[in-house]
Structures are given as structure tokens and as C-alpha cells.
Design a protein around this ligand. Structure first.
Ligand SMILES: NC(=O)c1ccc[n+]([C@@H]2O[C@H](COP(=O)([O-])OP(=O)(O)OC[C@H]3O[C@@H](n4cnc5c(N)ncnc54)[C@H](OP(=O)(O)O)[C@@H]3O)[C@@H](O)[C@H]2O)c1
Length: 340
């Protein structure tokens, strides 16, 4: 069961001085890579459905599909340039080995990366440009300084960071205002509450939770990646979703089931409502970007922004994250938690 609505979602400012956006964005990553086969026509229909529902923040990155996700979005962006806030990212580099990930934060690389993203997206300015991962060997003054140059040159409007600690966010914000911090935040993944969330609240930086549905696990769509997902699905390599961990973590969905049935809502809607409500709990703007390639799921997910959980329901969901077994990535050194 899920609630749906034809009403448009509300709008919020994406950080102090940032653009007005729908309070829920759309993650486009899965449309090109990581979560199994995509039906292109269906994915394009999901983009249209999102815009109709009031979603304006569309999220991609140069690394998704090695540029293919930006190229996939280009016709949609061209058709709706003035209605949307277009966010993309740089920093993750790949090789022929599908599992290899490197990080580049140096000025020369950033200047190359932005030109490539502008070309693939078919635009002359990126609304929100994120540094996707941090290489601690490169001073933030260099990386954020180079990003600030792009703002001054009119190639980028607003700056964002992903997977940085609270201290790193403060340091970066002193170089140039940061509109948004994008990191994983869900009822399963709450390490960002240690330093990143308080820093974002203090600085007026909007929080953009990625994987707010726990990569689909929180919707109950799959319970064991090894048994249920295709062999090239990225979730096969995530410790939480395989083997005994997956079984133990699936049992943690019980309180979400309970709250969902009280609201006549789906599991995913309660997971999203929880993330939206963290805005009030922590005193900051929160714009989650659930990813889906299906119109019906877009409508289900956007409707979740109107569900309000009671104090008792929030209390029921509170103990879940601390019981989750397995880290959120096999290699946590790339994340903010890995540097805290
Ligand atoms: N900054 C970063 O490092 C980073 C990392 C990961 C992701 N991201 C961004 O965040 C976005 C969202 O994260 P995510 O895609 O990893 O995870 P997510 O939003 O937590 O979950 C996406 C998964 O849930 C499924 N799903 C979505 N809505 C559903 C519903 N109502 N019912 C059942 N299943 C549903 C999707 O399948 P279908 O597509 O088949 O509907 C997909 O498999 C990405 O698209 C990307 O833009 C950023």
C-alpha cells in the first residue's frame, strides 16, 4: 500500500543564498549504471513524472556510467533548462577495472572535469557542482578555490561537497559558501549525524541525503542481493545486503512495517518521511534525492514528503541504525566516517 497525490511538493531554499528547489530531488544514477538493466523510455517517463510532481533538483555525476548518465540527461535538460536545478559532480576516476576508484581534487583536474560535464550535459552553466569525494592529500583551499574560480567564470552557479566531515565542511565554507552537502543519510545510515549534520545546520548548508531508501533495501524490494539481484548489480558488493548480514538487516525493517501500516503507506514512504523530518529534528534544510526509474515510484516517493511521523513513531525507528550489521561501503576510507 502507498499514498499518492497529484499535488506538487513544496519548495525550499537549497542552503543560504541557494536556489529554490522542490523539497525532494531525483537521483538519476541508477538510470545508467549500478542497479541492473534500465528501460530507457521508462526512465525518461520517470524524469517527466518527477518534474510534474514538483521535483526540480536532478542529480547526476560524471562517474555514473562513465559520462553516460550526463549524456542521457541532456535532452531532458535541454527541454526544461529554466525549470530545473541541475547538479553534477567530479572527483571519482575509474580505470578498466570496474571495481577501481581513484580520487582527483587538484585544480587542473577540476578545470578539465567541468568542461567535460558541460559538454556532455549540453549546457553552458551547471547549477550545483559537487566535489564527489575528498582526497585528504589535496588542501581544501586548492579544490574549493578552483571550484570558486568556476563560479566567478560563470561555469557553475553553486558549490556542493559530498562525504566530507563537519570540520572539512567548515574549512571549505570559509573558502567559498557551500550551498549543499550530499552524503548518505537514512534510517539505516546515520554516521553523518556525528559531525556533518551539526556543521551543516550551523553554517546554513542544505543537506542532500543520498541513498535515503538504503539503495532500495528499505522499501523491502529485495532482502538478499546475492540471491535476488543480477550479478553486475553494485549492491552485490555492499556488505549490508549479502549473506547473513542481509538476513539480520531485513529483520530490522519490522518497526518500519508497523509505522507504514498505521499510515496506510509503503515502507519506502516511511523511510523517506523519516529523512524529511530530520530537517526539524536537526534544524536544517533537507532535500533527499531518492533514485528511481519508474513513474509510479516517483509519485510514491514524492507523496512521502507530506507524511508526518509522531514522536512515538520516531522513537520506534530510533534504535534501527545502531543495530545494522555491515558498513555502508566495503571500503569506508572514501567516506566522511572513514576520516572522523
Ligand atoms: N554522493 C554520492 O556519493 C552518492 C552515492 C550514491 C548515490 N548518490 C545519488 O543519490 C541518488 C539516490 O541514491 P540511490 O539510488 O543509491 O539509492 P536509493 O534512492 O536509496 O534507492 C534506489 C533504489 O531503490 C529503488 N526504489 C526507488 N523508489 C522505490 C519505491 N518507491 N519502491 C521500491 N523500490 C524503489 C530503485 O529502483 P528502481 O530504479 O528500479 O525504481 C533503486 O534500486 C542516486 O541516484 C545518486 O544520484 C550519490
Amino acid at each position: 500500500m502507498s499514498k499518492q497525490s497529484t499535488e506538487k511538493i513544496s519548495k525550499v531554499a537549497l542552503g543560504t543564498g541557494g536556489p529554490q528547489v522542490g523539497v525532494q530531488g531525483l537521483g538519476c544514477m541508477g538510470m545508467s549504471e549500478f542497479y541492473g538493466e534500465t528501460d530507457e523510455a521508462q526512465a525518461r517517463d520517470a524524469l517527466d513524472a518527477a518534474l510534474e510532481a514538483g521535483v526540480t533538483l536532478f542529480d547526476t555525476a560524471d562517474v555514473y556510467g562513465r559520462g553516460a548518465n550526463e549524456e542521457f540527461l541532456a535532452p531532458f535538460v535541454a527541454a526544461h533548462r529554466d525549470e530545473i536545478t541541475l547538479a553534477t559532480k567530479f572527483a571519482i576516476v575509474r580505470s578498466d577495472d570496474p571495481h577501481y576508484r581513484g580520487i582527483r581534487n587538484d585544480r587542473a583536474y577540476i578545470r578539465e572535469a567541468v568542461e567535460a560535464s558541460l559538454r556532455r550535459l549540453g549546457v553552458d552553466v551547471i547549477d550545483l557542482y559537487y566535489m564527489h569525494r575528498r582526497d585528504p592529500e589535496v588542501p581544501l583551499a586548492e579544490s574549493v578555490g578552483a571550484m570558486a574560480e568556476l563560479v566567478a567564470e560563470g561555469k557553475v552557479k553553486h558549490l556542493g561537497l559530498s562525504e566530507v566531515t563537519g570540520a572539512e565542511l567548515r574549512e571549505a565554507h570559509a573558502v567559498h559558501p557551500i550551498a549543499a552537502l550530499q552524503s548518505e543519510w537514512s534510517v539505516f545510515s546515520r554516521d553523518v549525524e556525528n559531525t556533518a549534520v551539526p556543521a551543516a545546520a550551523e553554517l546554513g548548508v542544505a543537506f542532500v541525503p543520498y541513498s535515503p531508501l538504503g539503495r532500495g533495501f528499505l522499501t523491502g524490494a529485495f532482502t538478499n542481493a546475492t540471491k535476488e539481484l543480477s550479478s553486475n548489480d553494485f549492491r552485490q558488493f555492499m556488505p549490508r545486503f549479502t549473506g547473513e548480514n542481509a538476513e539480520r538487516n531485513a529483520a530490522l525493517l519490522d518497526p518500519i512495517h508497523k509505522v507504514a501500516s498505521a499510515h496506510g503507506a509503503s515502507l519506502g514512504q516511511i523511510a523517506l518521511a523519516w529523512v524529511h523530518q530530520q530537517a526539524e529534528v536537526h534544524g536544517l534544510t533537507v532535500v533527499p534525492i531518492p533514485g528511481t526509474r519508474k513513474r509510479s515510484r516517483v509519485l510514491e516517493n514524492t507523496a512521502a514528503s507530506r507524511i508526518r511521523l509522531s514522536e512515538e513513531e520516531l522513537a520506534l525507528l530510533e534504535p534501527i541504525a545502531s543495530q545494522v550489521v555491515g558498513p555502508r561501503y566495503a571500503d569506508m576510507t572514501f567516506t566522511s566516517a572513514g576520516r572522523e
